[in-house]
Design a protein around this ligand. Structure first.
Ligand code: GDP
Length: 485
């Protein structure tokens, strides 16, 4: 193996110092992309990067429209301890397999460097012509853990068990509640008992999330989205009540659960907020409003609570839990209703109104903290085109696409090849109506569509058009416009 001389060492050191110094002179903007699982984070970030890297159709992004956005290229990411967002893999899946990529399971990031010509002469004179865009994708479930930092194990358990007994959750929680009732909290810790209770609690949270139930408020966040803590002992606790006046004995099951809960807060929750969340400049919160609408009013209320909890993380006011840790610096937040391509464009305003209604409480809080908030309906990858259908003598505004193999509507099962037109139904004109107690479930008809064909007949990949989208450019203008001015 060749030996490096002292001089080589110095040279290498100087080179990397040179690179990092010139790199450090380029301003950076750190944007978080979050949302609960299946909200559309992976597809969104893949599509956004694809549009910027391949000069997609982005007319609402002023710098692009006026030709001032010169180049976008990938650069080495700033953090060595964070996974790289698997852009190439996801794009391959979308474009070549016409299948959706693997969803977000942990935090990842990617750096894009934009070269542009600023509008202002001063910025040109100062040579402000490049911007590092650090995009950080992370599960929204992790944000739901913030209130835990301020909650004792007793308070967490009371809240979690009251939720588990609520009518819309009780059937899923039954196995856990039964196992808990069978255990003596004061008995000496048995690892088997602890693991079984934690496993059943996790199963219950998963069951609430899955299928038609689509519930959202399901902390602790790592139980659903463990990231690199999959199978870790940090996750072997579950809520439990202590009903005696005396303190639980050392080494009891209850005491072990309490200690593990405190450790979860200390070694998992707090470091995430300090190391990652605190460094974000702007934030995108993706929301799968359509699935919650179809799950009915309980799911919508739950989603609204989750969004309020997420927004409380951005609140920079004094004397809040967060401000005791650090001061969040986020100055713009975009709430985005994803998968708008499931609806005809005439319904998109209503989708935005519903999202607005869902975040109204949250919205007020963020405004209070001085951050600008935007709500938008977007499709990161548009899998449908608009079509018309007839029902008797009535014309219906439908969407047409290729349903994924095995999807069904009205007893018809699709083969993954044939295009069909579907009338998804109309959203209500009065968004509040959906949040009333008795709003029914399954009012909309949806299937999952395959990603679109990108082939325009030309052989060369670079000549093919970028993937179609809806309003990604408006979102980019909100998030980046001022930085490229
Ligand atoms: P994540 O869990 O937030 O990372 O969610 P994903 O990005 O993996 O998206 C979950 C699923 O939503 C995907 O597998 C797609 O089925 C669907 N999806 C996401 N974005 C879109 C979109 O723009 N259009 C359509 N039609 N489906 C989408």
């Amino acid at each position: 193996m060749p030996r490096l001389s002292l001089l080589d060492d110095v040279r290498i050191g100087a080179q990397s110092l040179g690179a990092s110094v010139s790199d450090a002179l380029i301003p950076s903007l750190r944007i978080g992309v979050t949302g609960l699982s299946r909200a559309g984070k992976t597809v969104f970030l893949t599509a956004l990067l694809h549009q910027l890297l391949h000069e997609g159709r982005l007319p609402a992004l002023k710098a692009h429209r006026s030709g001032r956005l010169i180049e976008a290229r990938l650069s080495p990411q700033p953090d060595d301890d964070v996974a790289r967002f698997a852009l190439e893999e996801h794009l391959h899946k979308l474009i070549h397999e016409r299948a959706w990529p693997q969803s977000t399971r942990q935090i990842s990031e990617l750096r894009l460097t934009l070269s542009f010509e600023p509008e202002s002469r001063l910025a040109r004179t100062l040579g402000r012509t490049r911007l590092h865009l650090d995009l950080v994708d992370y599960p929204g479930e992790w944000l739901l853990d913030l209130p835990l930092l301020d909650m004792s194990f007793e308070a967490f358990s009371k809240d979690a068990l009251a939720k588990a007994q609520a009518p819309e959750r009780a059937p899923m929680a039954e196995p856990f509640l039964k196992a808990l009732a069978d255990r003596d909290a004061g008995a000496p810790l048995s690892e088997e008992d602890a693991a079984e209770l934690a496993g059943l609690y996790m199963d219950y949270l998963r069951a609430c999330k899955e299928g038609h139930r689509a519930l959202s408020m399901l902390p602790p966040g790592r139980f659903l989205m463990p990231g690199d803590l999959e199978g870790s002992p940090a996750l072997t606790f579950a809520p439990m009540l202590w009903e005696s006046d005396s303190r639980p004995a050392n080494g009891s099951l209850y005491q072990a659960m309490e200690r593990r809960y405190e450790a979860y807060k200390r070694v998992v929750v707090k470091p995430f907020f300090l190391d990652h969340f605190a460094r974000l400049d702007r934030q995108i919160v993706l929301v799968d409003v359509l699935s919650a609408i179809n799950a009915g009013s309980a799911a919508l209320h739950d989603l609204s609570d989750a969004l309020t909890a997420i927004l409380s993380c951005f609140k920079a006011g004094r004397n809040t839990l967060l401000s005791s840790l650090f001061s969040p610096r986020i100055d713009k937040i975009a709430f985005v209703a994803t998968k708008a391509d499931h609806l005809h464009h005439s319904q998109h305003d209503r989708l935005e109104d519903i999202l607005e209604e869902l975040v109204v409480d949250a919205h007020l809080r963020a405004k209070f903290s001085g951050a600008k908030v935007e709500t938008l309906a977007v499709s990161s990858v548009r899998a449908t085109r608009e079509a018309s259908a007839r029902s008797g003598s009535t014309g219906l505004k439908a969407v047409a696409g290729v349903p994924i193999e095995g999807e069904t509507i009205n007893g018809e099962t699709f083969d993954g090849e044939r295009e069909v037109a579907i009338f998804p139904g109309d959203l209500p004109t009065e968004p509040g109506a959906l949040l009333t107690q008795h709003a029914p479930a399954n009012t909309l008809r949806f299937v999952r569509f395959r990603p679109p064909k990108r082939n325009d007949g030309s052989e060369k990949e670079e000549r093919q058009p970028t993937l179609p989208h809806i309003r990604l450019d408006r979102l980019l203008e909100f998030l980046l416009g001022d930085k490229l001015a």
